[in-house]
Design a protein around this ligand. Structure first.
Ligand code: HEM
Length: 510
């Protein structure tokens, strides 16, 4: 039977479904697309196309869709999981904006790491809606983002000082960016404020917990797709999760308890928000831990990864870098530090950021797949409930049918090119939607984009970033973990552009 299942387009999981459904009925093929098979690779018996998901999955899937002539919609099997993949913006819109694909496929590591009780993996329903509402009201609304501006300014200033102290040394920007992002989230979520230049046990411990969780969640877990393997935990993912979770519980519980014990005038961080919820919104301690942990976790890596790609492109394209700096000099001048309102007056810098998001979306497959809650139709094909859907945003943003000269790094396309100046990357136009779209779109997109744009503006205002050796090309090789990062962390020389600014910045955290 396994051979029969495997012989079906899309491989064994699709074969099994169709065979069971149609056993004894007429052939699947008639003139109605609804009963037609979605084209796709068979892969191998039993495991299907698991190998496509290892390594640079976005590239392998794009190449496979091209060779199967299935860019609009391709079917494949990951073990027993039926999957559809699209590399087309219209079909991506149909999937992401459909109320049917509002769930996430089961992922054991996400459940073990408590993310099923946080926004990212909570099943679609009342609990998930409540969490999104709480986060939208208290963490991601424009007023809240504005109120944390001083904190972002202070961290930008510390980063600048760090780079200045680096002098003529080679700087590995990733270390500074990850620490800056972690400190930023620790301040917004836990109300903890640490300086970038002094090490402390709490940040170090949390950094290690985030790194470990990040690695576990980014791994392709074979047991998710081959349930008969689950008992053996062959990649030791369950074991590692079970060791990590008590540490996370201890860490976050301690912070929650300290907040409970505090009284008087306190910094209104997200822990206080969760503690103050009443009635149906009130969360149990374990749910609070999951939600807080997720915010730290998601807010840290994405921002650092994206800024590293932006700086890499700046080193690679010095003429683009100087154009941004000319704009910064015009809007800000050379005698004071950048503010977030300066950034809103700029047009070229946002274009640069959009262009980097186009060529290097941090989630090339939009981080996490979606799951069909009920039977539905996609691009005219019947898609049964329980099918996972992947949008290959990386393939869309590099498709010559969608973008002119897609491999060229050309921010001008967002200033005076085919894309309008106000082209939104926030999910309304699926030609470039690095934050996803629809019900499960990234809730942190405005906060993430504000942080990235402001920190990049601050760094480029202060420094010229160049290669370590002249004509030393930047290595743009990628590695896909939870986000798509540079394989070799970017190293640069940062040459100061102005004298040190001493703008006093209000201290917003306790
Ligand atoms: C450059 C920054 C970021 C990028 C590129 C990014 C990208 C994404 C993507 C592609 C998704 C999946 C969307 C979908 O399925 O349609 C997502 C989901 C999510 N992101 Fe972000 N993100 C960023 C920043 C942040 C930040 C700063 C936070 C929070 C502090 C955050 C929290 C989340 C959460 C909680 C989800 C799950 C949403 C749900 O399932 O309902 N993200 N993000």
């Amino acid at each position: 039977m396994n051979i029969i299942y495997w012989s079906h387009p899309g491989g064994p999981a699709w074969g099994k479904y169709k065979w069971r459904k149609n056993f004894g009925l007429a052939s699947f093929n008639n003139n109605n697309n609804n009963n037609n098979n979605i084209p796709g690779p068979r892969g191998f018996p039993l495991i299907g196309s698991m190998s496509l998901m290892a390594g640079l999955a976005h590239r392998k899937i794009a190449a496979m869709a091209q060779s199967c002539r299935a860019k609009r919609l391709m079917s494949l099997s990951l073990g027993e999981t039926r999957v559809i993949v699209t590399c087309n913006p219209e079909v991506a819109k149909e999937i992401l904006n459909s109320s049917v694909f509002a769930d996430r496929p089961v992922k054991e590591s996400a459940y073990s790491l408590m993310f099923n009780r946080a926004i990212g993996f909570a099943p679609y329903g009342v609990y998930w809606r409540t969490l999104r509402k709480i986060a939208a009201t208290h963490l991601f609304c424009p007023k809240q983002i504005k109120s944390s501006e001083a904190q972002r300014s202070q961290i930008a200033k510390q980063m600048i000082t760090m780079f200045q102290l680096g002098g003529r040394d080679v700087i590995r920007v990733r270390d500074a960016l990850k620490l800056a992002s972690l400190n930023n989230m620790m301040c917004s979520v836990f109300g903890r404020k640490y300086s970038l230049d002094s090490s402390n046990a709490e940040t170090e411990e949390l950094g290690k917990l985030v790194d470990e969780g990040y690695e576990l969640l980014g791994m392709l877990n074979w047991s998710d797709h081959l349930p008969w393997l689950a008992e053996f935990d062959p990649q030791k993912i369950r074991l590692r999760c079970s060791r990590l979770v008590p540490k996370v519980n201890r860490f976050v519980s301690r912070i929650i308890n300290e907040h409970r014990a505090q009284s008087g005038d306190v910094h209104p961080d997200f822990v206080y928000v969760l503690l103050s919820l009443q009635g149906s919104e009130r969360l149990s301690d374990s749910d609070m831990i999951a939600v807080l942990w997720e915010m730290i976790f998601r807010g840290t890596d994405t921002v650092a990864v994206l800024i590293e790609w932006i700086l890499a492109r700046m080193v690679l394209h010095p003429q683009v870098q100087s154009k941004v700096q000319t704009e910064l000099d015009r809007v800000v001048g050379g005698s004071r530090a950048v503010t977030e309102s300066d950034v809103s007056e700029m047009t070229y810098l946002p274009a640069v950021i959009k262009e980097v998001l186009r060529l290097h979306p941090p989630g090339p497959l939009l981080s996490w797949a979606r799951l069909a809650i009920t039977d539905t139709t996609v691009d005219g094909y019947h898609v049964p409930a329980g099918t996972a859907a992947i949008v290959n945003m990386w393939a869309i943003t590099r498709d010559p049918d969608v973008w002119a000269n897609p491999l060229e790094f050309k921010p001008e396309r967002f200033v005076n090119g085919a894309a309008p100046l106000d082209f939104s990357v926030l999910g309304s136009d699926l030609r470039l939607a690095p934050f996803g779209s629809g019900r499960r779109t990234c809730p942190g997109k405005n906060l993430g984009l504000t942080t990235v744009t402001f920190w990049v503006a601050s760094l480029l205002h202060e420094f010229h970033f160049g290669p370590i050796y002249n004509n030393d090309p930047v290595d743009l090789s990628e590695v896909l973990r939870l986000s798509c990062e540079m394989v070799n962390p970017l190293t640069v020389r940062a040459r100061p552009r102005h004298a040190l600014h001493q703008t006093p910045i209000p201290n917003n955290c306790n």
